[in-house]
Design a protein around this ligand. Sequence first.
Ligand code: FES
Length: 164
Amino acid sequence: MKRISTVPFTGTAEQEQALKNWLAEHKQQRGAAMPALQKAQEIYGYLPLEVQKMVAEALDKPLAEIYGITTFYSWFALSPKGQNDINVCLGTACYVKGSGAIFEKLEKKLGVKDGETTEDGKFSLNAVRCIGACGLAPVLKVNEDVYGRLTGDEKELDEILAKY
Ligand code: FES
């Protein structure tokens, strides 16, 4: 289950105006919630509770309904992207070589779950499918850097994180 971000909301007046304009124009449409949330994510990059409230109020829907949509569909992000994006491959080749355990270690180390961003905004953690480097399994990527044949050793993971 995705969790709402703990990163403080820093939306601007321009972003709010852009969303309000869109909502004013489209709120009468049937099924406006999905496109409204897509638009909001396009404007803000993610969907913090403050933005979900704006959408709920404009569409005259309970916040719980909007929240239910954002947590159900994987393409809605509840946290802003961190400065560094960590993608751990949980594809079959990587998984059989222990990438699941590596992912769990990173969750603990960073104090976040899949799709979340650390409180300092430095790292986002994501579980992803095959990234096409199965020969190097188990693999993780930080931004565009690929790290393969990982042992999952604490020191190895610390050294990777320390580079960023
Ligand atoms: S399964 Fe991990 S790179 Fe292919």
